[in-house]
Write a protein that binds this ligand. Structure first.
Ligand SMILES: [Zn+2]
Length: 999
């Protein structure tokens, strides 16, 4: 994403008619360097917003307003279903075909509580229009076949699909996806708050679908939902990138031909305001062995202003940040310091995606009987603030954060344009001004002026929207170890009752229908059907790699990597400390060391003062741990990396803060240390269910290579156990903890161990370098240590019990490193397996939300994973069969070509400026040069059906012997699997029960 300063010159004028569209207005938005065009299709009323800029990653998206009237998940199931194919593109799974055979840099669909959005992005013009063409046709003219509804939504089957004697069951991809979501305490918490605060609106329903209600959705209702909402009249096209507006309009004119303006009733009702606060009480599942004490959450939410008032919304953002955005936030602090709970609950913050904005704050790690004290404390704290006012620095820090994050170009897994799109939708969907959320500079200026005139602006705001706002919900979330079991039991009983009412004939029919569905699912698309999809030719694929600028230099003998990249006025600094020689017993302390370094006091400042400084002068301070194999696989590198980001004008102070933390960190505040430990443990524990496949992968991979072992130790279940134990035994173990961290710091934070990595434009680089020379002297002298002899454990076959209704199944094999001649073929193979065999058998046929394989040459592992999977034993069998068949059967030409194109697309995924600087540094640690990358790319182009077969036969088959398996699932599922699995899974709880654990 190369960008330069300035907006593109306007090419059209307001009032003009172009390709059947009336241009309503043209406006430059210098903050983000775009020229915006708002247009309306004269014939249908379809709305278009194009943000024209010089980014070559163009985004096309079409969104419909789709308020729900029940919790059947109709909007979500329709989102899945339309992507299956249209009359013009009669393939079974158009989405998968597009995603595997194109250079898409993003392809997805999202169901929100009131809208459904279909975005695709690409950096290649021909590819972009191919994708946009098919996507538009799919949403406007889908086939919506009955079998797709069964597959994506729900259908009746049997626990053993071939046996009518076995219990009646429900299957379906969305059904299992939502079962996974309903196992996550965090999602249940959000849901309780949303449904509770907006009880008389569409938001009272779950647009994703409640697994208990999903089976009541009929095929007719699904079709009716499409008829009602999916028309051009109800559509909003959001476009972004360097393709001129006229070209988009010409394309859309063609796509909308034949459609007329229709009547659509899709308006979103506002929630009527309450006269008095309310309370609600709900449950979430925990494991059988877990104790419920101290695991509840208490959340308080307020319904606030309409989303269309952008200035009021931004004011709220500032107040929310000042209250709870940093460790110095008075509301956050009074809640944490009260000891009523362990840390802020994950719902704390703003809900900006609905028609009326809501704000919430909550405590996690508490008990229901503390609810009155919690409520009183929140109100007292707000009352006090309304009287005395905010610390001026907190407001300044919040305004700075809005400015910084508005400016920063961020492209993580989502394109930058997606975040612009969400900002536009905040107002656009509700008939507000679509551009107001993008012009943050002007709004901040407005707020500053108001603040100058009305000194109690923020106090008035607190009174109006929080203290004197009776539309307030107190939501109590209690853990229950029987909740899930009861739910499963109730569902089984319902199914049993339903089965009892069915005749032998009907049961036989259900068995046959499942059988037919499976048969249809396994039939490949006809060549004729596949040929309808526009395809790129190999010659359309860029042959060269994207190069990231890198220059090697030194400051006072310390190695420096410089990346001169346009960053929109932001400078990035990484300090990477070498971890060679860190002894095994100190390794688990590394993540904690990172968190304590950035989260505690330093250089005479308390943690609160440091938090304020960080928010006032930086865009964030972070620490990460990374390890990998060198390109040739012979050695391992491991680093602890601190990163700070700042506007040019703040670079000096930002560096001072970072070096204060590194050279004068203060570990004396025991209660702050305990709070950070609790927070780490709670966040990590909450991440297990939503990322169950990653945890399973880490557990399995740890036995394969040293980098994978370290990754597990720092980020996997071992780390969770370590942190949980450290948190539980903090009172006794604090002294030892401080001792270990101090030893670690003395060993690590030395000049001789650091590599400096700079990412900015020329001006930013200069400012960074001017300030760095003196700062680096603040680190102790010292030199690189020899690598310590760490060893990986033996391969495992692990079953980890978690309170989930679905399984996460991982199998990991040792695989070659980056410069191995077979690496490109393995990369293509993993891609093809993910989009081919595994997708078909685990997702389409098995009903899991995801099934995939991953080859990571950086840690030398080849993984098979499933996500929110109703199966376990079958999934492991699918993995083995996939390896077996790939070692025997050659892939056909068409599939090979698509796998290669898709692989290149994945390798070319654009990065944001900060990401480029970071990745370039990591490549340097691994010793991967641009020549190596070019060689790898050529290797991918050169993959043949033979070399793919050879790679499977030579790399995967022999590695099977020492492969590891890890499954995260409920205790019952694991035990049942052990009746047939050989070797058996060794079953252990996620966390060792208290008393048996060790530090
Ligand atoms: Zn979904």
């Amino acid at each position: 994403m190369e960008k330069s300063a300035g907006c593109p010159a306007p090419r059209l004028r307001g009032g003009e008619i172009v390709h059947g569209f009336k241009i309503n207005r043209v406006e430059e938005i210098p903050e983000i360097r775009v020229t915006a065009y708002e247009a309306e299709h004269l014939k249908t009323g379809a709305r278009v917003l194009h943000l024209h800029c010089d980014d070559r990653e163009n985004l096309f998206s079409v969104g419909f307003r789709t308020p729900s009237r029940d919790s059947t998940g109709v909007a979500h199931i329709l989102e899945h279903t339309v992507l299956a194919g249209s009359e013009k593109y009669p393939v079974k799974d158009a989405f998968n075909e597009l995603s595997r055979g194109s250079l898409q840099t993003f392809i997805n669909a999202f169901t929100y509580p009131d809208k459904t959005v279909y975005p695709v992005a690409s950096q290649v013009r021909a590819d972009f229009f191919n994708l946009a063409r098919v996507y538009t046709d799919l949403v406007l003219k889908p086939r919506i076949l009955k079998e797709t509804f069964f597959q994506e939504g729900h259908h009746l089957t049997f626990e053993d699909p071939g046996d009518t004697q076995s219990p009646l069951a429900v299957s379906g991809i969305v059904f299992n996806e939502m079962k996974g979501a309903y196992s996550s305490p965090d999602s249940l918490m959000y849901k309780a708050l949303q449904e509770g605060l907006y009880p008389d609106t569409a938001y009272a329903f779950d647009s994703g679908g409640d697994p208990d209600v999903i089976p009541s959705l009929t095929y007719e209702q699904l079709r009716e939902f499409h008829r009602r909402y999916y028309s051009p009249t109800n559509a909003r096209f959001f476009l972004y990138g360097d393709i001129p507006t006229e070209d988009h309009l010409a394309f859309l004119e063609e796509m909308l031909a034949g459609f007329d303006r229709v009547r659509v009733e899709s308006s979103i009702r506002s929630q009527k305001r309450w006269a008095a606060p309310r309370r609600s009480r709900r449950f979430f599942p925990i494991g059988k062995e877990e104790k419920p004490e101290g695991k509840s959450a208490l959340n308080m939410g307020w319904l606030m202003m309409e989303n269309t008032d952008e200035e009021e919304a931004l004011l709220l953002q500032v107040v929310a940040h000042a209250l709870i955005g940093t460790a110095a936030g008075p509301l956050r602090k009074s809640l944490i310091d009260s000891g009523l709970g362990e840390d802020l609950s994950p719902v704390s913050g703003l809900e900006h995606d609905l028609k009326q904005i809501a704000f919430a704050v909550g405590l996690r790690g508490t008990d229901p009987e503390k609810v009155d004290r919690f409520e009183a404390l929140v109100l007292e704290t707000l009352q006090k603030l309304a009287e005395t006012g905010f610390d001026r620095d907190l407001i300044e820090a919040a305004l700075h954060q809005v400015e910084f994050h508005g400016k920063e170009i961020v492209r993580g897994t989502l394109p930058y344009s997606i975040s612009l799109m969400s900002r536009v939708y905040h107002t656009w969907l509700y008939e507000g001004e679509p551009l107001s959320g993008l012009r943050f500079n002007r709004i901040i200026e407005g707020i500053r002026q108001r603040w100058g005139r009305e000194h109690d602006l923020f106090q008035q705001f607190l009174r109006r929207w929080l203290l004197e706002n009776p539309h307030r919900l107190l939501s109590i979330m209690e853990p229950s170890s029987t909740f899930q079991e009861n739910q499963i039991q109730a569902f089984r009983e319902r199914m049993a009752a339903q089965k009892a009412g069915l005749s032998e004939e009907t049961l036989e029919k259900i068995r046959e229908e499942t059988h037919t569905l499976h048969r249809i699912q396994m039939e490949p698309d006809s060549p004729g059907a596949l040929a309808t999809l526009p395809r790129l030719k190999m010659s359309d694929i860029p042959g060269d790699i994207d190069r990231i600028p890198i220059e090697k230099a030194a400051i006072s003998g310390i190695p420096v990597l410089r990346h001169e990249i346009f960053t929109n006025g932001i400078a990035y600094l990484d300090l990477a400390f070498d971890l060679s020689g860190v002894p095994a017993d100190l390794q688990p302390y590394l993540p904690l060391n990172g968190r304590l370094t950035t989260g505690m006091g330093a250089a005479g400042f308390t943690y609160e003062e440091m938090a304020k400084r960080i928010a006032l002068k930086t865009g964030g301070m972070g620490c990460s741990l990374a390890a990998g194999l060198t390109a040739d696989g012979r050695e391992t590198w491991q680093k602890m990396i601190f990163r700070v980001r700042a506007l040019h004008r703040n670079v000096r102070e930002a560096l001072e803060i970072l070096f204060d933390l590194l050279s004068q960190g203060d570990l004396s505040d025991a209660s702050r240390m305990r709070d950070l430990l609790f927070e780490m443990r709670n966040r990590m524990q909450a991440a297990v269910i939503p990322s169950g496949h990653i945890f399973a992968q880490r557990t399995a991979a740890a036995a394969q290579t040293l980098p994978a072992y370290l990754d597990e130790l720092w980020h996997g279940r071992s780390q969770l156990q370590f942190i949980a134990t450290a948190a539980d035994s903090f009172a006794d173990g604090q002294g030892e903890l401080v001792g270990k961290i101090t030893t670690l710091r003395e060993f690590l934070f030395q000049r001789g161990k650091v590599t400096v990595n700079l990412t900015a434009d020329a001006e930013g680089l200069q400012i960074l370098e001017e300030n760095l020379a003196g700062m680096l002297q603040r680190l102790r002298g010292g030199s690189l240590a020899r690598a310590s002899a760490l060893s990986t454990p033996a391969p495992v076959s692990s079953g980890i019990t978690v309170a989930a209704q679905v399984c996460y199944v991982a199998k990991v094999l040792r695989a070659p490193a980056y410069s191995d001649p077979r690496a490109p073929a393995l990369y293509v193979l993993s891609r093809d397996l993910s989009k081919g065999d595994l997708y078909k058998r685990i997702r389409v046929q098995g009903g899991a939300y995801g099934g995939m394989s991953q080859y990571d040459p950086m840690n030398g592992c080849f993984s098979f994973l499933s996500y929110r999977d109703p199966h376990l034993v079958e999934t492991l069998r699918v993995y083995d069969e996939a390896i077996d068949s790939r070692s025997r059967q050659k892939i056909d030409r068409e599939d090979l070509e698509m796998a290669i194109i898709g692989t290149i697309g994945a390798m070319d995924r654009p990065m944001d400026p900060a990401g480029k600087g970071f990745v370039s540094m990591i490549r340097d640690f691994a010793g991967i040069t641009d020549e190596d990358r070019l060689k790898f790319r050529k290797g991918v182009f050169a993959v043949t059906a033979e070399s793919l077969l050879e790679a499977a036969r030579r790399c995967l088959l022999p590695a099977l012997e020492a492969a590891s398996v890890a499954v995260y699932a409920s205790d019952d599922r694991l035990r049942k699997a052990n009746e047939v699995l050989r070797p058996e899974l060794s079953i252990e709880p996620l966390l060792e029960p208290p008393g048996q654990s060790r530090a």
